[in-house]
Ligand binder design. Sequence first.
Ligand code: SF4
Ligand code: SF4
Length: 311
Amino acid sequence: MANLSITRRCERDCSFCFAAEERRREPLDMSAETFEGALDFLEHSGVPDARLLGGEPTSHPAFTSLADRALERGFALTVMTGGLVPPAALEYLASLPSGRVTVFLNAAVPGVDSDSLVAAQERVCDALRDRIEPGVTLVSADIDPSFLLEGIERHGLRRSVRIGVAHPIAGGANVSVPTGELRAVGASIEAFVTRAEVRGVSVGFDCGITPCMFSEEFTAMHPDVIESVGLRCGPIVDVLPEGDTIACYALASLARLRLDGCMTRGELIAAFAEALGDGLPGIFEECVECAHRAAGRCTGGCRARRTNGGA
Ligand code: SF4
Ligand code: SF4
């Protein structure tokens, strides 16, 4: 997995955005030439899907031609959107068979986000239906993701959702869940997973969610979740509009490497591991003696959180 960040443009401007600092830089948009080089990079790294993100990737002025080019070259197409999709891009995505594109929609939270954003996302869901896998970034334990289940039924979206937690940018100032609140967020996720299972909806997790956020009872019933979530912090490799690469947006201020035509994703990951070094303590004091960490099931939480001293 690697992400191609094709633009820094975004009108949604989420308070929790990982890319908040990066979006202030130039250039705004990835050129067609850099995009072609990024596809070469995916190809010789054996990565089968072109995952377009931003900013808001659909706001790239040449979004449709870039997406077409990825499809022409045989990549599966994934688009990560905040839901403010320009009309031409929406029409284009709606014209693709649902098997050729996956649209990850970071859903607005009714009653928290603006009514206009919620309404814009309703229109996108109506147009794209089963091309969409909805998800949400939780910024507090008070948010109940169950509205995603209602959206799936209302619009005929895919029966799978992604749950993310807002983490800090290393050295940055975005809104994130305080470390002391993570376990309360875990309890809210547990309740949601039970509701989703009843409705036949599968739940996937974004990076930085740790095994210790869940109760012993949940852990016993969902060993697959516990085996995987704690390891979802490692260099993903995001290619930026100018062709630089970062391990992930939250760590952008710590290491950048130029995309060199010959390097594979595996080589870049090794270079990031070396550049970032190791030896950071985990996010909780108890990480030191944690059985999950000793068993290789957890890296000690989000690295950006660890860099900020468990902010
Ligand atoms: S440091 Fe790790 S957990 Fe945190 S945002 Fe980056 S990949 Fe995700
Ligand atoms: S290593 Fe730390 S963050 Fe990971 S499960 Fe253990 S206590 Fe939680």
